[in-house]
Design a protein around this ligand. Sequence first.
Ligand SMILES: N[C@@H](CCC(=O)N[C@@H](CS)C(=O)NCC(=O)O)C(=O)O
Length: 235
Amino acid sequence: MGEESVKLIGAWFSPFSFRVKCALEMKKIEYDYIDEDMFKMERPIISKHNPSYDKENKKVPVFVHGGNSVLESMVIVEYIEEMWPDRYPLLPKDVYEKSIARFWIKFIEDKGIVFFMFFITSGEANKKAQKDMLELLTTIETQSGIKDDNCKFFGGNKINAVDLAFSPFAYWLGAMEKAEGVALLEAHKFPKLHAWTEALKQDPVIQKNLPDFEELVGFFENIKKYGYLQTPPST
Ligand SMILES: N[C@@H](CCC(=O)N[C@@H](CS)C(=O)NCC(=O)O)C(=O)O
Protein backbone atom coordinates (compact mmCIF):
# COMPACT_ATOMS: atom_id res chain seq x y z
CA MET A 1 0.00 0.00 0.00
CA GLY A 2 2.83 2.44 0.83
CA GLU A 3 3.93 2.39 -2.85
CA GLU A 4 0.57 3.52 -4.29
CA SER A 5 0.21 7.00 -5.85
CA VAL A 6 -0.08 9.89 -3.42
CA LYS A 7 -2.08 13.00 -4.16
CA LEU A 8 -2.87 16.08 -2.09
CA ILE A 9 -5.64 18.51 -2.95
CA GLY A 10 -5.06 21.77 -1.14
CA ALA A 11 -5.26 25.54 -1.37
CA TRP A 12 -2.37 28.01 -1.29
CA PHE A 13 -3.65 29.91 1.76
CA SER A 14 -4.68 26.89 3.82
CA PRO A 15 -2.76 26.16 7.04
CA PHE A 16 -4.43 22.74 7.02
CA SER A 17 -3.03 21.87 3.59
CA PHE A 18 0.33 23.17 4.83
CA ARG A 19 0.35 20.67 7.72
CA VAL A 20 -0.04 17.78 5.27
CA LYS A 21 2.52 19.09 2.76
CA CYS A 22 5.11 19.39 5.55
CA ALA A 23 4.36 15.90 6.92
CA LEU A 24 4.85 14.39 3.45
CA GLU A 25 8.02 16.33 2.75
CA MET A 26 9.54 15.64 6.17
CA LYS A 27 9.09 11.95 5.40
CA LYS A 28 10.37 12.52 1.83
CA ILE A 29 7.25 11.01 0.26
CA GLU A 30 6.69 11.98 -3.36
CA TYR A 31 3.23 13.36 -4.09
CA ASP A 32 1.23 15.25 -6.68
CA TYR A 33 -0.14 18.53 -5.42
CA ILE A 34 -3.33 20.00 -6.87
CA ASP A 35 -4.45 23.46 -5.85
CA GLU A 36 -8.25 23.77 -5.81
CA ASP A 37 -9.94 27.11 -6.53
CA MET A 38 -11.72 27.60 -3.22
CA PHE A 39 -13.42 30.82 -4.37
CA LYS A 40 -15.81 28.74 -6.50
CA MET A 41 -18.53 26.68 -4.86
CA GLU A 42 -18.31 23.88 -7.46
CA ARG A 43 -14.78 22.77 -6.47
CA PRO A 44 -14.67 19.95 -9.04
CA ILE A 45 -11.37 18.39 -7.95
CA ILE A 46 -12.54 17.98 -4.35
CA SER A 47 -15.92 16.65 -5.53
CA LYS A 48 -14.20 14.03 -7.66
CA HIS A 49 -12.29 12.74 -4.63
CA ASN A 50 -14.95 13.03 -1.91
CA PRO A 51 -14.69 9.92 0.23
CA SER A 52 -17.82 7.82 0.67
CA TYR A 53 -18.02 8.73 4.39
CA ASP A 54 -18.34 12.45 3.59
CA LYS A 55 -19.88 13.03 0.20
CA GLU A 56 -20.75 16.61 1.18
CA ASN A 57 -17.13 17.59 1.78
CA LYS A 58 -16.05 20.80 0.05
CA LYS A 59 -12.95 21.49 2.14
CA VAL A 60 -9.24 21.10 1.71
CA PRO A 61 -7.08 19.23 2.36
CA VAL A 62 -8.15 15.99 0.71
CA PHE A 63 -5.47 13.32 0.70
CA VAL A 64 -5.70 10.53 -1.87
CA HIS A 65 -3.58 7.40 -1.47
CA GLY A 66 -4.04 4.55 -3.91
CA GLY A 67 -7.59 5.68 -4.67
CA ASN A 68 -8.64 6.07 -1.01
CA SER A 69 -9.46 9.60 0.12
CA VAL A 70 -8.72 10.77 3.66
CA LEU A 71 -10.06 13.97 5.25
CA GLU A 72 -9.08 16.26 8.16
CA SER A 73 -5.51 17.52 8.20
CA MET A 74 -4.41 15.94 11.50
CA VAL A 75 -6.13 12.65 10.67
CA ILE A 76 -4.16 12.74 7.42
CA VAL A 77 -0.91 13.49 9.28
CA GLU A 78 -1.51 10.45 11.53
CA TYR A 79 -2.37 8.34 8.46
CA ILE A 80 0.96 9.37 6.89
CA GLU A 81 2.78 8.55 10.14
CA GLU A 82 1.24 5.07 10.30
CA MET A 83 1.62 4.33 6.58
CA TRP A 84 5.31 5.28 6.52
CA PRO A 85 6.43 4.66 10.15
CA ASP A 86 10.09 4.05 9.36
CA ARG A 87 10.76 7.44 7.86
CA TYR A 88 11.08 10.70 9.83
CA PRO A 89 8.90 10.05 12.97
CA LEU A 90 6.06 12.48 13.52
CA LEU A 91 4.79 11.04 16.82
CA PRO A 92 6.64 9.61 19.82
CA LYS A 93 6.94 5.81 19.93
CA ASP A 94 6.44 5.74 23.71
CA VAL A 95 2.73 5.16 24.36
CA TYR A 96 2.44 7.72 27.18
CA GLU A 97 4.39 10.39 25.28
CA LYS A 98 2.20 9.70 22.27
CA SER A 99 -0.96 10.21 24.33
CA ILE A 100 0.33 13.63 25.43
CA ALA A 101 1.12 14.58 21.82
CA ARG A 102 -2.41 13.51 20.82
CA PHE A 103 -3.87 15.49 23.74
CA TRP A 104 -2.30 18.74 22.42
CA ILE A 105 -3.30 17.96 18.85
CA LYS A 106 -6.91 17.47 19.98
CA PHE A 107 -6.68 20.56 22.18
CA ILE A 108 -5.73 22.80 19.27
CA GLU A 109 -8.24 21.21 16.91
CA ASP A 110 -11.00 21.93 19.43
CA LYS A 111 -9.86 25.58 19.65
CA GLY A 112 -9.98 26.13 15.88
CA ILE A 113 -13.11 28.25 16.37
CA VAL A 114 -11.04 30.91 18.19
CA PHE A 115 -8.85 31.29 15.10
CA PHE A 116 -11.87 31.33 12.80
CA MET A 117 -13.66 34.02 14.83
CA PHE A 118 -10.54 36.21 14.86
CA PHE A 119 -10.24 36.29 11.11
CA ILE A 120 -13.89 36.54 10.08
CA THR A 121 -15.05 39.21 12.56
CA SER A 122 -14.57 42.96 12.75
CA GLY A 123 -15.36 45.67 15.32
CA GLU A 124 -16.70 44.61 18.73
CA ALA A 125 -16.90 40.93 17.77
CA ASN A 126 -13.23 41.05 16.84
CA LYS A 127 -12.37 42.59 20.25
CA LYS A 128 -14.00 39.55 21.87
CA ALA A 129 -12.14 37.24 19.45
CA GLN A 130 -8.85 38.95 20.37
CA LYS A 131 -9.54 38.39 24.07
CA ASP A 132 -10.25 34.69 23.42
CA MET A 133 -7.08 34.43 21.35
CA LEU A 134 -4.98 35.98 24.16
CA GLU A 135 -6.48 33.47 26.62
CA LEU A 136 -5.64 30.63 24.26
CA LEU A 137 -2.05 31.87 23.82
CA THR A 138 -1.71 32.14 27.61
CA THR A 139 -2.89 28.54 28.05
CA ILE A 140 -0.38 27.28 25.48
CA GLU A 141 2.46 29.38 26.91
CA THR A 142 1.89 28.23 30.49
CA GLN A 143 0.48 24.70 30.17
CA SER A 144 1.82 23.01 27.06
CA GLY A 145 5.36 22.50 28.36
CA ILE A 146 6.79 24.19 25.26
CA LYS A 147 10.45 25.08 25.89
CA ASP A 148 10.33 23.80 29.51
CA ASP A 149 12.95 21.23 28.53
CA ASN A 150 14.95 23.81 26.53
CA CYS A 151 14.09 21.97 23.33
CA LYS A 152 13.25 23.96 20.22
CA PHE A 153 9.95 22.29 19.42
CA PHE A 154 6.96 20.59 21.05
CA GLY A 155 8.39 17.25 20.06
CA GLY A 156 11.99 17.85 21.23
CA ASN A 157 14.60 19.19 18.84
CA LYS A 158 12.87 17.83 15.73
CA ILE A 159 9.56 19.07 14.39
CA ASN A 160 6.73 16.60 14.96
CA ALA A 161 2.95 16.35 14.49
CA VAL A 162 2.25 18.65 17.47
CA ASP A 163 4.38 21.39 15.89
CA LEU A 164 2.47 20.93 12.64
CA ALA A 165 -0.84 21.11 14.52
CA PHE A 166 0.22 24.42 16.12
CA SER A 167 1.84 25.81 12.96
CA PRO A 168 -1.01 28.30 12.20
CA PHE A 169 0.27 30.30 15.22
CA ALA A 170 3.71 30.65 13.68
CA TYR A 171 2.62 32.43 10.49
CA TRP A 172 -1.10 32.67 9.76
CA LEU A 173 -1.76 34.43 13.08
CA GLY A 174 0.85 37.09 12.14
CA ALA A 175 -0.91 37.73 8.82
CA MET A 176 -4.28 37.98 10.62
CA GLU A 177 -2.76 40.39 13.16
CA LYS A 178 -1.45 42.58 10.33
CA ALA A 179 -4.81 42.55 8.53
CA GLU A 180 -6.52 43.59 11.77
CA GLY A 181 -3.76 46.07 12.84
CA VAL A 182 -3.08 44.42 16.22
CA ALA A 183 -0.23 42.50 17.84
CA LEU A 184 -1.17 39.54 20.05
CA LEU A 185 1.62 36.97 20.01
CA GLU A 186 4.29 39.37 21.32
CA ALA A 187 7.72 38.16 22.44
CA HIS A 188 7.58 39.93 25.80
CA LYS A 189 4.16 38.46 26.65
CA PHE A 190 4.66 34.95 25.26
CA PRO A 191 8.45 34.38 25.20
CA LYS A 192 8.33 30.59 24.87
CA LEU A 193 5.70 30.46 22.17
CA HIS A 194 7.34 33.33 20.30
CA ALA A 195 10.75 31.58 20.38
CA TRP A 196 9.03 28.43 19.08
CA THR A 197 7.52 30.33 16.12
CA GLU A 198 10.97 31.70 15.23
CA ALA A 199 12.60 28.23 15.45
CA LEU A 200 9.85 26.65 13.34
CA LYS A 201 10.28 29.22 10.57
CA GLN A 202 14.00 28.36 10.31
CA ASP A 203 13.25 24.84 9.10
CA PRO A 204 13.76 24.38 5.32
CA VAL A 205 10.62 22.25 4.77
CA ILE A 206 8.52 24.78 6.68
CA GLN A 207 10.08 27.72 4.79
CA LYS A 208 9.53 26.08 1.41
CA ASN A 209 5.80 25.58 2.02
CA LEU A 210 4.79 28.84 3.70
CA PRO A 211 2.61 31.02 1.47
CA ASP A 212 3.75 34.54 0.59
CA PHE A 213 3.15 36.69 3.69
CA GLU A 214 1.79 39.82 1.97
CA GLU A 215 -0.53 37.72 -0.20
CA LEU A 216 -1.84 36.08 2.96
CA VAL A 217 -2.40 39.48 4.62
CA GLY A 218 -4.34 40.55 1.50
CA PHE A 219 -6.36 37.33 1.71
CA PHE A 220 -7.38 38.11 5.32
CA GLU A 221 -8.08 41.77 4.50
CA ASN A 222 -10.44 40.65 1.74
CA ILE A 223 -12.24 38.29 4.13
CA LYS A 224 -12.84 41.23 6.47
CA LYS A 225 -14.15 43.40 3.62
CA TYR A 226 -16.11 40.93 1.50
CA GLY A 227 -16.67 37.77 3.59
CA TYR A 228 -15.09 34.31 3.77
CA LEU A 229 -13.95 33.06 0.34
CA GLN A 230 -15.89 35.76 -1.48
CA THR A 231 -14.28 37.19 -4.61
CA PRO A 232 -13.69 40.95 -4.28
CA PRO A 233 -15.72 42.93 -6.84
CA SER A 234 -13.56 43.71 -9.89
CA THR A 235 -12.58 47.38 -10.17
N1 LIG B 1 -10.55 20.68 10.29
C1 LIG B 1 -10.26 20.72 8.88
C2 LIG B 1 -10.39 22.15 8.41
C3 LIG B 1 -10.33 22.27 6.89
C4 LIG B 1 -10.75 23.65 6.44
O1 LIG B 1 -11.52 24.37 7.13
N2 LIG B 1 -10.26 24.04 5.25
C5 LIG B 1 -10.65 25.31 4.69
C6 LIG B 1 -9.45 25.98 4.02
S1 LIG B 1 -8.23 26.47 5.16
C7 LIG B 1 -11.68 25.09 3.62
O2 LIG B 1 -11.52 24.21 2.81
N3 LIG B 1 -12.74 25.90 3.62
C8 LIG B 1 -13.73 25.85 2.59
C9 LIG B 1 -15.11 26.04 3.13
O3 LIG B 1 -15.28 26.15 4.36
O4 LIG B 1 -16.04 26.08 2.30
C10 LIG B 1 -8.85 20.16 8.64
O5 LIG B 1 -8.04 20.20 9.58
O6 LIG B 1 -8.58 19.64 7.56
